[in-house]
Design a protein around this ligand. Structure first.
Ligand SMILES: Nc1ncnc2c1ncn2[C@@H]1O[C@H](COP(=O)(O)OP(=O)(O)OP(=O)(O)O)[C@@H](O)[C@H]1O
Ligand SMILES: [Mg+2]
Length: 300
């Protein structure tokens, strides 16, 4: 089930929280949604799930416009809000049965038991939600989201505040859910995105500044760098004539860092340059840009 966001703009008074945002999430894809505080992530998620109207633009899920099909969308979409609001006075199992009733699910007993099992809440199911640890409360939130087996999951910082063991468990849960579902999650943890997402979108001040597959994050980004060592001397001006080269820094006598500006790979050009100038390439290493570097570069 695909999610299509089309030219969405959101104004809060005069503030533009989202500025003409468009993207698509494909079925079976886990999309990581990154951005600094205040970038517009939560706002975007509320609009996708129909909890907030866009000022202009539209969101369609499975071809159906969200704002005109709210009831249907709420059946199809599981939304874990940022602060995970729950009823502290209710007991875990009781609460999940209540949620199952709200969604009118069939075979409720079975479903509630299964959901408790997969979210690891077995030992806590007879406790009041209010006494649970933060991590277990987060699991109850996830159980809530999963109980009616929605095809789309929109998770706003699902692992925030969890200990490292719980983070791994929740990530595994999301990864396995993501095999069949369409998932979008926001996070501030870069490793999380690298661990479970096939794609990332980085948003800054309400605009998308990157939309790419993980694992290929440096493609097309200005500043991808190659470290190269030649057998003899080269001049900066010569190196800058290599197609795509934008900067060249000398690190040692014959060793350089060459940055490229375009999407192409400049390594071919470097070899050609060496041959043309009777030099040998003694060492060549492409510097992969980390997601964290990319994030800082695009949002600072
Ligand atoms: N109801 C509101 N009224 C006025 N401004 C709002 C409202 N909700 C959000 N904003 C503003 O819109 C901008 C985007 O907020 P949003 O919560 O979407 O950011 P975010 O990317 O989720 O940030 P964080 O990482 O801190 O959760 C912020 O400047 C925020 O102050
Ligand atoms: Mg937020």
């Amino acid at each position: 089930m695909s999610v299509v966001v089309n030219n969405v703009t959101k104004l809060y008074g005069k503030q533009k929280a989202l500025d003409n945002v468009s993207f698509k999430i494909n079925t079976g894809e886990i999309l990581g949604f990154l951005g600094p505080n205040g970038a517009g992530k939560t706002t975007m998620m509320k609009i996708i799930t129909g909890y907030l109207p866009a000022t202009s633009g539209s969101v369609t899920i499975n071809g159906r416009e969200v704002r005109n099909n709210l009831r249907e969308i709420k059946q199809k979409v599981g939304y874990l809000p940022e602060n995970n609001p729950l009823y502290p006075e209710m007991y875990v199992q009781e609460y999940l049965r209540f949620v199952a009733d709200l969604f009118g699910v069939e075979k409720k007993d079975r479903l509630v038991a299964d959901t408790i099992e997969i979210t690891g809440l077995g030992k806590e199911k007879h406790k009041k939600i209010g006494v649970l640890s933060k991590g277990y409360r987060q699991r109850v939130g996830l159980a809530h989201v999963l109980i009616h087996d929605p095809e789309v999951l929109i998770l706003d910082e699902p692992t925030s505040g969890l200990d490292p063991n719980q983070i791994v468990e929740i990530r595994n849960l999301i990864s396995s859910a993501g095999k069949e579902k369409t998932v979008m999650l926001s996070t501030h943890i870069m490793q999380e995105v690298e661990a479970i997402c096939q794609r990332i979108i980085i948003i800054n001040k309400g605009r998308i500044v990157a939309d790419r597959e993980t694992g290929r994050i440096d493609s097309g980004i200005s500043g991808a760098a190659v470290v190269v060592e030649f057998s003899g001397e080269a001049e900066e001006s010569q190196l800058l004539s290599i197609p795509g080269a934008s900067k060249a820094f000398r690190v040692e006598k014959n060793k350089w860092i060459i940055e490229s500006s375009g999407p192409g790979d400049i390594r071919t050009g470097i070899f050609r340059f060496a041959v043309d100038n009777n030099l040998t390439v003694l060492y060549l290493q492409k510097q992969e840009k980390t997601l964290e570097q990319l994030f800082r570069e695009l949002t600072e």
